[in-house]
Design a protein around this ligand. Sequence first.
Ligand SMILES: N[C@@H](CCC(=O)N[C@@H](CS)C(=O)NCC(=O)O)C(=O)O
Length: 280
Amino acid sequence: MTLELVSEARCFDGLQRTYRHPSAATGTPMRVAVYLPPQAEHGPVPVVWFLAGLTCTEDNFTQKAGAQRVAAELGLALIAPDTSPRGEGVPDDPAYDFGQGAGFYLDATVSPWSQHFQMRRYIEDELPRLLGAELPIDPTRQSLCGHSMGGHGALTIALRNPSRYKAVSAFAPIVSPLNCPWGEKALSGYLGPDRVAWRPYDACALIADGARVPEILVDQGTADPFLERELKPHLLEEACRTTGIALTLNRRPGYDHSYFFIASFMESHLRWHAERLNGG
Ligand SMILES: N[C@@H](CCC(=O)N[C@@H](CS)C(=O)NCC(=O)O)C(=O)O
């Protein structure tokens, strides 16, 4: 058994679990939160991955988004990975937007980050295989959701793997790391100065370079303090408009960047995912 159960709690007749496991991608132990709805007792269920933002662990979404009630109703598993490798021997940075808690869902190529910061491989390849082998989740019915840095992760992973994920949505995503301070800092720090190497990690650049998904759902608070400088949803709007990707961008008046915003619209995202995961 590769997965070690760290905690388990009954939740809306399903199970909220946290696992720890060794990761070959990051070379560290990693933790991941998994919600299994009651339907998982009878067979494999569809799964929504939730990728979290800067400073988060597997706990932020699990404890603050209030997603389990609707996931139980809809029969959806929820997987919430950590946002970076952590621990002794893993390099870090004093700033909250780089290093531990800020893995940016990429495979770093610059030392010392490249040794452990391999979050793309971890999220795209290793973790789906590991969880798929041990849990009642249906590999043919997976979708992606994320917040901020995790919204960037969800969008870029979906765009690079359009046949694997049935849907992608995001809350306040970083839509173009090539064009914002958080992104420029992370991509130059992890990947070096060659901006061509950054393009697989930028949703708008991926679309410009030919990547496609049929549709995208985004919710964005208008009172989000990061809206103008970091998130720039108009860049995704423009990329989708010129390429025919059906983007639903809900601008939510007065909402900020927090999990209070996410919790307010989580149900609508999960219902949107369930329709697509169930082929409806
Ligand atoms: N004000 C935050 C900035 C980072 C932030 O807002 N992080 C968002 C994602 S980009 C988050 O989800 N934080 C954790 C939480 O709200 O539980 C800090 O300085 O730590």
